[in-house]
Design a protein around this ligand. Structure first.
Ligand code: CAA
Length: 241
């Protein structure tokens, strides 16, 4: 039977590439989205991948949504916690709302996504958890105290989950993308992108979403069973950790 994968934020950007890659590898994929009904409907029409709408920042909505996915597709054994937002600003201007919203979506969202599927993975003695972190969680980034905190937190989450899940056949790993050519990155002020960001990428270009999707597919595979608590960096040599 096909493995079932849940990809949060799976209908756009890096998440869409992950959903499509896992589908091409034979998974039954459920992709979640938060708000953009039109993009989600278009994605389903183009790919045949089912989409589900909920706010990953809400535990109750996540648990209910996950129960629905499992009723539709079967037990989830692969979960990709990808949903994330930015709300950048220098720290001296950052508001509590800016901080709380990014923490709720990017960090609490990982708890809300993985916690409901974890007991089933333990029972079935198999699971794959992949969390999409960021180069900016590894190195920090001016203007992203909130976002960098969540992405550094992802690394702590997978290292801890790895130790808890290893004997139950569950792996938990993070992928740290660098700057990838998605809407999120393209919405950075062009001047800032060209003056401060691209020159710091030795590859001289933004990454492609598919380059991240291939890392995720590898970590999700049976072959990657002894890789646990790791971080794969895919950033065009921008940063080494
Ligand atoms: N390094 C050095 N200097 C920087 C800088 C940086 N990363 N970012 C901005 N500056 C400079 C600007 O050039 C500007 O200097 P000048 O006045 O001399 O031109 C000064 O700081 C003020 O910058 P802004 O006018 O842009 O200030 P602002 O308050 O309007 O905006 C900001 C601040 C929102 C943080 C904006 O600078 C910005 O978007 N920076 C980019 C932050 C970033 O990298 N975000 C990543 C988003 S993508 C993502 O997060 C995906 C991922 O995982 C990699």
């Amino acid at each position: 039977m096909a493995r079932v994968a849940l990809v949060t934020g799976g209908s756009r950007g890096i998440g869409a590439a992950i959903s499509k890659k896992l589908q091409s590898e034979g998974y039954s994929v459920a992709a979640t989205y938060a708000g953009n009904d039109e993009a989600a409907a278009k994605f389903t029409e183009e790919t045949g991948i089912k989409t589900y709408k909920w706010d990953v920042g809400s535990y109750d909505d996540s648990a209910a949504g996950i129960a629905q996915v499992e009723a539709d597709l079967g037990n989830i054994d692969t979960v990709v916690a990808n949903a994330g937002i930015t709300w950048d600003g220098f720290f001296h201007k950052m508001t509590p709302e800016q901080w709380n919203k990014v923490i709720a979506t990017n960090l609490t969202g990982v708890f809300n996504t993985v916690r409901p599927v974890w007991p089933g993975m333990r029972e079935r003695k198999f699971g794959r958890v992949v969390v999409i972190s960021s180069v900016n969680g590894q190195k920090g980034q001016a203007g992203q105290v909130n976002y960098a905190a969540t992405k550094a937190g992802d690394i702590g989450i997978v290292r801890s989950l790895a130790q808890e899940g290893a004997r139950a056949g569950i792996t938990a790993n993070a992928v740290c993308p660098g700057y990838i050519g998605t809407e999120m990155v393209r919405s950075i002020d062009e001047d800032v992108l060209n003056k401060h960001i691209i020159p710091q990428i030795p590859a001289g270009r933004l990454g492609e979403p598919e380059e991240i999707a291939r890392c995720v597919a590898f970590l999700a595979s049976e072959d990657a069973g002894f890789i646990n608590g790791s971080t794969i960096s895919a950033n065009g040599a921008q940063f080494f950790s």
